[in-house]
Design a protein around this ligand. Structure first.
Ligand code: DUC
Ligand code: ZN
Ligand code: ZN
Ligand code: ZN
Length: 483
């Protein structure tokens, strides 16, 4: 059975043109005028774009004494409803747990996915077992490794561990990722705030000022540079971090920054709402910032210094958030956004003229596919690519609200926002998951996407002992002495 998308305007990261798209066997079979298929989808007045890729989600994740409330079923249903056709989630080993064990746990959860998915692997502790497992993880198609510089006593790694892991990442041809906040400073500030009686959700923002993020971003960039690893900085929320990324890129380092749709469109005033629930529902790390930081993020998207817009979708119900009443450090950190990322970015970015349609495609889809080694299978409208597509209707409108959302939680941080621009159709490998705005997902349709390592793979070069023992830094082709 073939499907043809007829009469739309194709928008990719670099081209805008009128053509039909023929889909056979879940892939794009032809692009051109006058195509015919068994099923025809009318795209008149619409833009046909690569389905969104959200490379930063936490579905059914054990975290802060609970589990994030959206699982791979509700999370990917929300994704498809908003035009996103792939998620990359984080497999998170608990300290001491092997990486392959964690991977197995995530594979067990993701069988319910409605759209395709992959994982990043988190390195939450360091040892020979982790060193060995990292190669096995790459062999299984997971080529990116996330490190937390915050969450002291839980997920945080120290600089020596970070340096060792980054060198291993380099030798495996993988990408290093970092949650950049200085966890020691956050712990100090949090303890002081609590001592002084600042226990409400607004204190969460005081405990994580922009400098905490700027410092950790600079540090991670320098350590990645010494290790020779490419670095992706997740949830870049402020100028302090963005500035470090801009400087690194201008100096020729392979560094990417990822603002979230939440930080682009919501600001710190949300934490000063008199309603405890309102503020606590918006507690995430890093916290929302002021307008100057937001302007910096928007400028980064249009200038190209920031590469991807993600969500860090990590949704908790109001009841879960209330475990932090009387102590802001116990409010589970995280907000949702999977369903709203693309309509919000279109409305606040494309409609306002801050970014172009082609930039929209780049930052919602294509750049993530390229950075994480799955282009052009994903992130492209091209013959042979997976038919992960969104037929985007720029005239369709709605008001965002919990009552109509797919996510399992009981509120929405974008509640009441009117968006213009929504999917008419969303296709996941050729299967229609949104039909004329109506969600028709199929649980279990999603498949794991294995990714290729980047560049030179050099795994024979490193041994665990070598990486762990102090040694001189050797940069490509430059002897350590005599520089
Ligand atoms: N930040 C959050 O807000 N939630 C999940 C993890 C993170 O880093
Ligand atoms: Zn994070
Ligand atoms: Zn995250
Ligand atoms: Zn299927």
């Amino acid at each position: 059975m073939s499907t043809v998308i007829k009469g739309g305007t194709i928008v990719t990261h670099d081209l805008t043109y009128v053509a039909d798209v023929l889909i056979e066997g879940g892939r794009i079979a032809a692009i051109g005028p006058g195509l015919r298929g068994d099923v025809e989808l009318d795209a008149t007045g619409c833009f046909v774009m690569p389905g969104g890729i959200d490379p930063h989600t936490h579905l059914e994740m054990p975290f802060m004494g609970t589990y994030s409330a959206d699982n791979f079923e509700s999370g990917t249903r929300a994704a498809l409803a908003g035009g996103t056709t792939m998620v990359v989630d984080f497999a998170l080993p608990s300290p001491g747990q092997g990486l392959l064990d964690a991977l197995e746990m995530w594979h067990n959860k993701s069988g319910r996915a409605n759209c395709d998915y992959s994982y990043h692997m988190a390195v939450t502790w360091w040892g020979e077992k982790v060193f060995d497992d990292m190669a096995a993880v790459v062999d299984r198609g997971i080529t990116s490794f996330k490190h937390f510089l915050a969450y002291k006593g839980a997920l945080m790694v120290n600089d020596d561990e970070l340096f060792s892991s980054f060198q291993r990442v380099r030798d495996l041809g993988a990408i290093a990722m970092v949650h950049a906040e200085n966890g020691d400073v956050v712990a100090e500030l949090s303890a002081r705030l609590l001592r002084e009686g600042n226990v409400g959700p607004e204190a969460h923002a005081y405990s994580r000022p922009p400098q905490v993020e700027g410092e950790a971003t600079n540090r991670a960039i320098m350590i990645a540079d010494m290790a020779g690893a490419p670095l992706y900085v997740v949830h870049t929320s402020c100028e302090d971090s963005h500035e470090a990324i801009r400087r690194a890129r201008a100096a020729g380092k392979r560094v990417w920054g990822e603002p979230l749709i939440q930080h682009l469109t919501l600001d710190e005033s949300e934490y000063f709402n008199a309603d405890w629930d309102h503020a606590a529902r918006r507690v995430m790390s890093p916290p929302f910032r002021n307008k100057q930081h937001q302007d910096s993020l928007w400028a980064g998207l249009s200038s190209g210094s920031l590469s991807v817009v993600a969500t860090d979708h990590c949704a908790f119900t109001t009841a879960q958030k209330r475990s932090g009443v009387g102590d802001f450090t116990k409010i589970p950190n995280g907000t949702g956004g999977l369903e709203d990322r693309m309509p919000m970015l279109w409305t606040y970015g494309v409609v306002t003229g801050r970014i172009t349609m082609n930039e929209f495609v780049a930052v919602t889809s294509t750049n993530a596919a390229k950075i994480f080694g799955m282009y052009p299978k994903k992130g492209a409208v091209a013959v042979g690519s997976d038919a992960d597509l969104v037929v985007w209707d720029p005239m369709r409108e709605k008001v965002i609200g919990a009552a109509t959302q797919q996510s399992a939680i009981d509120y929405n941080v974008f509640e009441g926002k009117r968006v213009t621009g929504l999917p008419r159709f969303t296709l996941t490998r050729g299967q229609v998951a949104v039909f004329d705005g109506e969600v028709r997902t199929q649980e279990g349709h999603g498949e794991f996407v294995a990714r290729e390592p980047n560049g030179a793979v050099n795994r024979a070069l490193s041994t665990f002992k070598e990486l762990t023992a102090p040694r001189p830094v050797v940069r490509a082709g430059i002897p350590a002495s005599g520089v």
